[in-house]
Ligand binder design. Structure first.
Ligand code: SAH
Ligand code: SF4
Ligand code: F3S
Length: 502
């Protein structure tokens, strides 16, 4: 069917020949802008931000309205932080943020850690395809971990031709450059890198919260847990230089941030590949010296690399929050070996003992996978045993999901779905029952709460978090947002407290 260009550009309803002319001009112009671009980073990206700004302004004047973008994020804290960088660039070039899918530019930052994550993206893409039929000027971009899988990109190129831009996790810093290309021409732009050793600093970021922020301290993962796809899609471990991290945090503090979350797939191995090696515990000490920062969190800690030095810093440094996320994955030493986690049940329990001895009020949370290939009833009982002994404040429980290319996907003894479901339900019930008890440990005490916002259901209340990450709701107003308040915890309601100002 011939394309109806008048329909594709309804607001201008121009003839086809004019559109082709425009494309030709654009390509020439395109070549010019690429020829003049600086070679060094981040200067190159700042140059493309300038170029995009011109296109967005021109288009906005033609339409007589501002242009809008929507950014949808799947997956972990690292993806959330990446999305703040994408949004920072979109805002810097002149787009305005919207929650509507009928935006001029829509970007999906994807996750592929479990099959469900992928299915969600295809579901949304179906909807986007329909929206684009109604508003063909829309630009659709996909990035993130799922794009690092070659079979995904093949499928998109074949069956989702309406997507304008596809890029991966290693070249996200080049977003402004790709955006310039997409705005200048009407062809699908696809660029995926296998890996990178680049860390580009000092690009715009749009933070979701004014008072708290994630800060990447490292990228990638070298652990190759046998079920996990992250090392394949995020590449090898690379630590940011401490000066860069500390400068970023100092700037955040000046900008009103009081709580930071240091981010990495395995923060405990921070610094090993730096020119001047530094441990994570040493970095924490440096971060704690920064004025204005009142709370420091981090995630995620791999149990095999958690050092006594880190326990010591956590115990002695009041700014470090009383919370540790310590993924267990399985309580069976046999399964842990198959998972390539490199610790045993006994070593994990011993680590928990040492942490609890040094920091008695610490809250522990975890991740657990149910139904790893070959998991027997006995193995599952070992997991329940650890859950009962450690008494987690909360646990993220996952059904094992087969990720092609990982060693576990090729294991023969995959567990039948019904059995996985039965164990999963049992584990969840147990985890919740324990959490309800554990979470009330601070009832009738006064604790500091960082107020995060007005309560969603009752505008006379504000909601915030304790140092150990548990939610608290209490009477207050918007002036408290972003401040630490002393709150009397009147009543525990399972996973949260109701309180009042002390
Ligand atoms: N780097 C972190 C985890 C990142 S992925 C760590 O090592 O702890 C977050 C969680 O997803 C993991 O802890 C694991 O519990 C879960 N996960 C990863 N791959 C999975 C898979 N194939 N199936 C089910 N859950 C998985
Ligand atoms: Fe995946 Fe293991 Fe790396 Fe965590 S440590 S991201 S679970 S491979
Ligand atoms: Fe998902 Fe990638 Fe994070 S696969 S969990 S978004 S690192």
């Amino acid at each position: 069917m011939p394309l109806d260009y008048a329909n594709i550009y309804p607001e201008r309803s121009r003839r086809r020949s004019e559109i082709i002319m425009e494309n030709l001009e654009n390509r020439i112009e395109n070549r010019e802008i690429f020829k003049n671009a600086p070679r060094t980073e981040p200067e190159r990206q700042h140059y493309f931000i300038g170029q995009c700004r011109k296109s967005v302004k021109k288009r906005s004047e033609e339409l007589g309205r501002p242009l809008f973008f929507r950014c949808v994020t799947f997956g972990c804290q690292m993806n959330a932080r990446d999305s703040e960088k994408l949004e920072g660039i979109l805002e810097a070039v002149g787009y305005r943020k919207t929650d509507s899918e009928e935006a001029d530019f829509v970007i999906y930052n994807t996750c592929t850690v479990r099959e469900n994550a992928n299915l969600k993206v295809y579901g949304h893409l179906g909807q986007l395809g329909k929206a684009k039929k109604k508003q063909p000027w829309m630009k659709i971009a996909l990035c993130g971990c799922m794009m690092q899988e070659p079979q995904v990109v093949e499928k998109l190129k074949k069956s989702y031709r309406f997507v304008d831009l596809i890029f991966g996790t290693h070249n996200i810093y080049k977003f402004a450059e790709y955006l310039a290309e997409v705005l200048a021409r009407d062809e699908m732009v696809v660029e995926i890198w296998k890996d990178t050793d680049q860390i580009v600093e000092n690009l715009p970021v749009d933070r979701k919260y004014p008072f708290k922020s994630g800060v990447n301290i490292m990228f990638g993962c070298n652990n190759f847990c046998s079920y996990c796809i992250v090392p394949y899609v995020r590449g090898r471990e690379r630590s940011r230089r401490p000066e860069e991290i500390l400068t970023e945090i100092r700037r955040l503090a000046q900008d009103g941030v009081v709580e930071i979350m240091l981010l990495g797939q395995n923060v405990n191995s921070y610094g090993k590949n730096l020119e001047q090696p530094m441990t994570f515990a040493q970095l924490l000490r440096e971060v704690a010296k920064i004025d204005g920062i009142q709370r420091i969190r981090f995630m995620t800690s791999h149990p095999k690399d958690l050092s006594d030095e880190l326990i010591e810093v956590m115990a002695s440094e009041p700014k470090v929050c009383r919370h540790l996320h310590l993924p267990l994955q399985s309580g069976s030493s046999r399964i842990l070996k198959q998972m390539n986690r490199r610790y045993t049940k006994e070593q994990y329990l011993d680590l928990v003992d040492r942490i609890r001895r040094a920091i008695p009020d610490i809250s522990l949370t975890t991740d657990i996978i149910v139904g790893f290939p070959g998991e027997t009833e006995e193995d599952f009982q070992e997991t329940l045993d650890v859950v009962r002994r450690v008494c987690y404040d909360s646990a993220f429980t996952f059904q094992y999901s087969k990720r092609s290319g990982t060693p576990a996907a090729a294991m023969e003894n995959q567990v039948p779905h019904e059995e996985v479901q039965r164990h999963f339900d049992q584990l969840l019930a147990e985890v919740q029952e324990i959490a309800r008890e554990v979470c009330r440990r601070d009832e009738h005490t006064v604790q500091e709460v960082l107020v995060e916002g007005i309560n969603e259901h009752d505008a006379s209340l504000v909601s915030g978090r304790l140092s150990n990450n548990i939610l608290v709701h209490f009477p207050g107003d918007a002036s408290m947002i972003g401040t630490l308040q002393k709150v009397y915890l009147e009543e525990s309601r399972g996973f949260y407290y109701m309180g009042r100002l002390a």
